[in-house]
Design a protein around this ligand. Structure first.
Ligand code: AMP
Ligand code: GLY
Length: 425
């Protein structure tokens, strides 16, 4: 089969790496891909991932049998609908189903209507009313821009003033443009966070191994929010009983709800969870694989990802062969100095082969080739991933690997998986 991956970050490199292992995969393409993906796929540049007509044309030109969509933007832009209309199989939700991530008010509405556990909330279109609600509710309280804001549209306000400030930024200064035309204000949930991703064909739900992301830039979970500085799997807070509960109380009802709403959801459904004293509750749904959750989940998948994805598209997931390794995986992100604020690009990167020789996978997240040399080209640059029988051993291996990779001003967190390590001990 000819397979085309849309996207060019660490998540897409990991997807491509796992797809390439399938005996069914004869030719792999990536739009636009990245220098790491170029080692295993043909990268096609110069096509916008939001230009559905151009993406369909490219898929037709290369006789693509399966399209795998990484990021949320092409999903909410309807690329799966466009491929399907052209008779090309595509893994991922339709535009209508991707609303589950694309609009927080839509997603919260589904949860309210179908009794899926989540934080209490209200939606506001007007700043003055939003401020009144905040004054009534008190702090801590959480303010979220309704639309896609690349993970940055959420403020967990510990004081009322912080919450007012978030309203100013989102609604008055329009820091996230149209995404902030509405805000969702919700109850603060205390607990430990975990991510539970699932494959679904619109009827059957098959959870993946659980994982946990470190969203803050610096050690001790301090500093500004980022796209994710590291992950590990499985998340010890997600015991088999908790995974079962989250599947029965959250993932399965969500997929059933979307079918009932006439927006059948197929692809990967990502539940960001808070494990509260009352049980698992939804922080957010995403319509795609997590980044960098994918980097620790897929290395533990024992099964053919092409077969599983085809089963999701074809509606035969109940028969798919999916198993998870008993081991653990850890991903540490090597970032550009200054990220998530401004940073310099174009510094030469060395040591990737050494990290691989130390037994790690190195996925490219933000790299480019400049004058024949691999350089940093984004905030998150490389994902160093190790698998081992325990989290502890995987942490040691990942850090031994990342120590060998270098570029000017690069940094990484030294405490990925610290909560899991504390529990293992
Ligand atoms: P989101 O983009 O919705 O995942 O939110 C980003 C981060 O904000 C989450 O990973 C949580 O750490 C935090 N967060 C979001 N909603 C809540 C909530 N209701 N209570 C506590 N923390 C939250
Ligand atoms: N790592 C968080 C996300 O993919 O949304």
């Amino acid at each position: 089969m000819n397979i085309m991956v849309i996207g060019g970050g660490g998540r897409e490199h990991t997807l491509a790496w796992k797809l390439a292992q399938s005996p069914k995969c004869t030719q792999l393409y990536a739009v636009p891909g990245n220098p790491g993906m170029a080692e295993i796929a043909t990268c096609i540049e110069g096509i916008s991932i939001t230009d559905n007509a151009a993406l369909v044309k490219t898929a037709q030109e290369h006789a693509i049998d399966l399209v795998v969509v990484g990021p949320e933007v092409p999903l909410t832009n309807g690329v799966v609908d466009a491929m399907t209309a052209a008779g090309i199989k595509a893994f991922g939700p339709t535009k209508a189903a991707a609303e589950l991530e694309g609009s927080k008010s839509f997603s919260k509405g589904i949860m309210r209507k179908y009794g899926i556990p989540t934080a209490r909330y209200e939606v506001f279109r007007d700043a003055a009313t939003a401020r009144r609600y905040i004054a009534e509710q008190g702090a801590p309280i959480v303010v979220k821009a309704d639309g896609l804001a690349a993970g940055k549209g959420v403020v967990v306000a510990m004081t009322i003033e912080e919450a007012y400030h978030a309203i100013d930024e989102i609604m008055e200064d329009k820091a996230f443009g149209q995404a902030g035309a509405r805000v969702v204000i919700e109850e603060f949930m205390a607990g430990e966070e975990a991510s539970l991703l699932a494959f679904t064909d619109g009827k059957t739900v098959r959870p993946m191994i659980s994982s946990q992301d470190h969203k803050r830039a610096y050690d001790g979970d301090e500093g500004p929010n980022t796209g994710g500085m590291g992950t590990y799997a499985p998340a010890p807070v997600m015991t088999p009983a908790m995974v079962e509960r989250a599947t029965k109380e959250i993932l399965e009802p969500a997929v059933a709800a979307m079918a009932k709403e006439g927006r059948p959801y197929k692809g990967c459904l990502y539940a960001g969870l808070m494990i509260t004293a009352e049980g698992p509750k939804v922080v957010e749904f995403n319509a795609r694989f997590g980044d960098p959750e994918t980097q620790v989940v897929l290395p533990l998948l024992e099964g053919d990802l092409v077969d599983i994805m085809l089963a999701c598209v074809d509606g035969t997931l109940d028969q798919a062969d999916i198993a998870w390794s008993d081991g653990a995986a850890v991903c540490v992100v090597l970032a550009s100095g200054g990220y998530p604020k401004s940073y310099q690009k174009g510094y030469p990167i060395t040591g990737i082969a050494d990290a691989r020789a130390a037994g790690c996978q190195v996925f490219h997240a933000g790299t480019a080739i400049k004058d024949g040399q691999l350089v940093n080209n984004g905030g998150r640059v490389l994902d160093v991933v190790a698998t081992a029988p325990t989290i502890h051993a995987a942490v040691d291996k990942a850090y031994a690997g990342i120590a060998r990779v270098q570029f000017q001003d690069s940094f990484y967190r030294k405490d990925i998986a610290h909560r899991a390590l504390a529990r293992e001990q």
